[in-house]
Design a protein around this ligand. Sequence first.
Ligand code: ADP
Ligand code: MG
Length: 246
Amino acid sequence: MLNLTNIELTINGKKILHDLNLEVRKGEIHSILGANGTGKSTLSSVIMGLNGYQVKGGQILLDGEDITNLPIHERAKRGITLGWQEPARFEGLTVGEYLKISKKFSGDGFLSPRECLLKVGLAPELYISRAVDGTLSGGERKRIELASVLAMKPKLAILDEPDSGIDSLSIDHIVDVIKTFSRTGSAVLLITHHEEVATIADRASSLCDGTVVKTGEPAAVAKFFRNHCEECPHVNQPAEEVIHNG
Ligand code: ADP
Ligand code: MG
C-alpha cells in the first residue's frame, strides 16, 4: 500500500535519512524500532509530507500513486494521518468538538466521539466537555489524540510513540487501541520504544542512522535491535557498515 524507495532527506545540509526503503502493507501493523535520533519522527514527517520535509531523492507511492511531492492536505485526503510524539493543543476546542471534526473524515456509521474515548480508556462524561489545552496531562492529551486518529478511520495511521508518557499499567490498553485500528481496516506505522508493544505488529523494521537496516518478523527484528542497536554505536556511520557488523 505504502512504498518508500531510496528516500533521501537533508535538513540544513545535514543528511537525516538516506537509502531508506520501507513497505507498509494494507491493514498491517508495522512497527519501527530505533534508538533516539535515528530518524523515526523524521520518517513520520516525511510520510505525512510536513513542511520542510520534502525529500531530496527517492519516491513515495500510496496504492501505486506517486505522492512524493503532494502537500500534507492532499495526503490527508488520501487517508494518511499522523499522531504526534508531542500532541498539539487546540486551545478553545472541547474534546467533543475536536473528535467530531476528526469523525468528519471517516464518514457516517463509524465510531462516535464517545466510543473513541471509551476505546482509549477515558470516561466520556469526564472528558467530552474538557478543553484540549494545558489542563490535560500529557498522557491524557496523548490518549485524546489517539482517539481522534481512530475517529478519522485513516488508511494509514502513523503513531509516533503512542505509548510515551503513558504509565506501564496502561500499556496493555494502548496495545488494545492499536489492535482496534487494524480491526477497523487501518494500517498502522507504529513507532515505539517498548518491545512488548513493538512485537504486537505483523512486521517490523529497524531504523539505524537514518536508514532501514532490517525488516521482518517483529520478534526477530526486536532481537536484532536488542543485540545491535539499543546502545547504537553506529550513529553517524555509513549504513553498509551497520549491516556488515550486524
Ligand atoms: P527519533 O525520532 O528517531 O528520535 P528524529 O527523527 O527526531 O529521531 O531525529 C533524527 C535526527 O535528525 C536527529 O539527529 C535530529 O537532531 C535531526 N533533526 C530532526 N529534525 C530536524 C530539524 N528540523 N533540523 C535539524 N535537524 C533535525
Ligand atoms: Mg522521535
